[in-house]
Ligand binder design. Structure first.
Ligand code: GDP
Length: 194
């Protein structure tokens, strides 16, 4: 898919503010610091670049309108060390409402750091998606930080640790070298039937 334009159209803090289900959408999830903003900037192009640098946006669901016909949804990152219990609850209430309400959600891209095994909250997210029957694809970020031999070893280990949940597509990605960008854009085409 060629992305010709992408703009942030809505920042949602409460489920009641989610936009109508009038467009196909895909969503992006991951731990904070996994590289989600960098991934979205790489994929969407410079139009979105501003957004990642606004700190207030990290706890909201950010809706991008892409090519005027699709919603790309940046879900709030999880796993902040210094987040209050109240904030965590707010996160799970918002996310739960999001996953339950968005019948137009076609796919979730779950971002994991290629250098590490999935952590507790990644498993929570995976089980959540699996239990709700929401399909997802795994993006392994920051692949440029690994040597070839380490890449292979980590890919095998990550796959093995998630094999009990199912058989998934794994895409190594780097927003630095743009490795994986073509694969991601090809997947968008497939998902949207373009
Ligand atoms: P977010 O919190 O998930 O949105 O993560 P960011 O996109 O803000 O990235 C967190 C940190 O990782 C920043 O310092 C980025 O520069 C760095 N980073 C993100 N993606 C990559 C990547 O593909 N390669 C490298 N080397 N660094 C990355």
């Amino acid at each position: 898919m060629r992305i010709t334009n992408a703009k942030l159209i809505k920042t949602v803090y409460e489920a009641k503010d989610l936009p109508p289900l009038d467009k196909k959408e895909i969503a992006f999830a991951g731990r904070s610091n996994v590289g989600k903003s960098s991934f979205l900037n790489t994929v969407l192009g410079i139009n979105a670049a501003k957004v990642s640098s606004s700190p207030g946006k990290t706890r909201s669901i950010n809706y991008y309108l892409v090519n005027d016909i699709y919603y790309f949804v940046d879900l709030p990152g999880y796993g902040f060390a210094k987040v209050s219990k109240q904030e965590k609850e707010r996160w799970s209430i918002l996310l739960e409402a999001y996953f339950n309400q968005r019948l137009n959600l076609n796919m979730v891209f779950l971002l994991l750091d290629h250098r590490h095994l999935p952590q507790d909250l990644d498993y929570v997210m995976i089980e959540w998606l699996r239990d709700l029957g929401i399909p997802f694809i795994i993006i392994l970020t920051k692949v440029d930080k690994l040597k070839t031999s380490e890449r292979k070893r980590m890919l095998e280990q990550i796959k093995k640790s998630l094999s009990v949940y199912g058989d998934y597509i794994y895409i190594p990605f780097s927003s630095k070298t743009k490795e994986g960008l073509k694969e991601v854009l090809d997947l968008f085409s497939k998902i949207f039937g373009e």
